[in-house]
Each structure stands twice: as structure tokens, then as C-alpha cells.
Design a protein around this ligand. Structure first.
Ligand SMILES: Nc1ncnc2c1ncn2[C@@H]1O[C@H](COP(=O)(O)OP(=O)(O)O)[C@@H](O)[C@H]1O
Ligand SMILES: [Mg+2]
Length: 227
């Protein structure tokens, strides 16, 4: 099966009436297996909204989202979490780590959520792969931004998701940590044939993308964002 996302004519409106905000306005887009897609746009252009809808975290107002062939836009609350767990690794902009859990526990909990199919020791292995083997028992408060970002990545990879969605993963990082993170994500696409989408407005990392999609005011544009 191909790992992919297919989006058609997607719209998202927040709020109602005079305060309504149209965050996405007719977006159509495919993310293909093996590619790293960069989603680029100014602040407020709808990047997080689009990524959240792709990942089944947010419902669109209208339009279609297919994740590995499954239409998720109208999937009910009992089925959606399972599809999400099986298909999507989401790396949140603010990391969303549990402050009372250690690095290791933050990743283990993501494995537990998926049942028993993932071997024990996997959390440790994932953290070693992102260079955090010496921080297994540290708490998020005692980690740098780059280290927290890598915990968030290890956690998102815990279920071997075929699709990885990352919201500004280098925003809080210096350029060396940013490169480590981007190498890791783009290698997953290339070497493991996953589909990777990275939201960014960091020009330093754009070259990691096989494709750059620009978004302005909730619409896809062919032109680069205004300098
Ligand atoms: N929960 C929300 N309620 C109301 N408006 C929102 C909400 N989330 C985002 N928006 C608005 O939707 C637009 C797109 O936001 P967002 O997707 O976060 O953009 P980006 O990630 O590109 O900065 C912005 O105008 C933002 O203010
Ligand atoms: Mg955002």
C-alpha cells in the first residue's frame, strides 16, 4: 500500500458570523510516499490548521482528507483515534511533552497507547537514535529546546507511522540541532518510504524538501511568499 495523503477542496472556518475566520480556503494537495514536503507560509496563513486537518486532529468545515485511502474528514470519534494512531506521527509546535514524565516515559506512553505490538526497549532505541541516550531519565524542564524537540520526534515515531507531520520542528533550534532534526525527518522519507510534511518558515531548512508548497491566507499559491 502507498503511504499518502490526498486532500481535496479543503476549507476550515473558525468561529461564526462576523467573527468567523476562514483559515483554509479550497486547498487541494497530495503528499506522496517517499517525499518530504515543505509547507511554507507567513504566520497566520493556515499552516498549523492544514497540518492538523491532515493529521485528523482537527475537522475541516468542508472538503475531503484521505489518509492511506481512508476518508477521515467525517470519521466518527470511535474510529478516528485508531486511524490516527496507525497512520500518523504528529510533531506539535509546542512539543506537548508530559512535564511529570521522564524522556523515556514520554516515549513509552506513546507506545502503550498503541497496545502491545511494539517491542519493549523500543522507546530507549528511538531516543538513542535521536542522540538522547544519555537523557533517558531527565524531565522536560531540564532539557534544552533542541532536546525537547528530539523527544517529541522520538515519540511521534514510536508507532512506526507511515506518515509524519511536523509543525515548525526547527523553530526553537540553533542551526546545528535544526540540521540534525531535518536530516532525521528527511531520511525517514527517503530511506523508509514514509510521507513527511514539514511546516516551516525557516529558509535555512527549505533545501531538505523534495517539494515546497506555499500557502498564503489559507490558499495554495505558486509564488513564493513576499520577502
Ligand atoms: N482555534 C482558533 N480559533 C480561531 N481562529 C483560529 C484558531 N486557530 C487559528 N486561527 C486563525 O486561523 C488563521 C490560521 O492560523 P494557523 O493555522 O495557526 O496559521 P499558521 O500556522 O500559518 O501561523 C489565523 O488567522 C489564526 O488567527
Ligand atoms: Mg502555526
Amino acid at each position: 500500500m502507498q503511504n499518502r495523503i490526498e486532500i481535496r477542496n479543503l476549507s476550515k472556518v473558525y468561529g461564526e458570523g462576523s467573527t468567523a475566520v476562514k483559515a483554509l480556503d479550497g486547498v487541494s494537495l497530495d503528499v506522496r510516499q517517499g517525499e518530504t514536503m515543505m509547507l511554507l507560509g507567513p504566520s497566520g496563513s493556515g499552516k498549523t490548521t492544514l497540518l492538523s486537518v491532515m493529521g485528523g486532529i482537527l475537522r475541516p468545515t468542508s472538503g475531503s482528507v484521505k489518509v492511506n485511502g481512508i476518508e477521515i474528514s467525517n470519521l466518527n470519534e470511535t474510529r478516528l483515534p485508531k486511524v490516527r494512531l496507525d497512520n500518523i506521527g504528529f510533531i506539535f509546535q509546542g512539543f506537548n511533552l508530559f512535564p511529570a514524565l521522564t524522556t523515556l516515559e514520554n516515549v513509552e506512553i506513546a507506545i502503550e497507547l498503541r497496545g502491545r505490538s511494539i517491542p519493549k526497549g523500543r522507546a530507549r532505541q528511538l531516543l538513542e537514535a535521536v542522540g538522547l541516550g544519555d537523557k533517558l531519565h531527565a524531565y522536560p524542564a531540564n532539557l534544552s529546546g533542541g532536546q525537547k524537540q528530539r523527544v517529541a520526534i522520538a515519540r511521534a515515531l514510536a508507532g512506526n507511522p507511515p506518515i509524519i507531520l511536523a509543525d515548525e520542528p526547527t523553530a526553537a533550534l540553533d542551526s546545528t540541532s535544526g540540521q540534525i532534526v531535518m536530516d532525521l525527518l528527511s531520511n525517514l522519507a527517503r530511506q523508509e518510504q514514509r510521507a513527511v510534511v514539514i511546516v516551516t518558515h525557516d529558509a535555512r531548512v527549505l533545501h531538505y524538501g523534495d517539494r515546497i508548497v506555499h500557502i498564503t491566507d489559507g490558499r495554495m499559491t505558486d509564488l513564493p511568499e513576499a520577502a
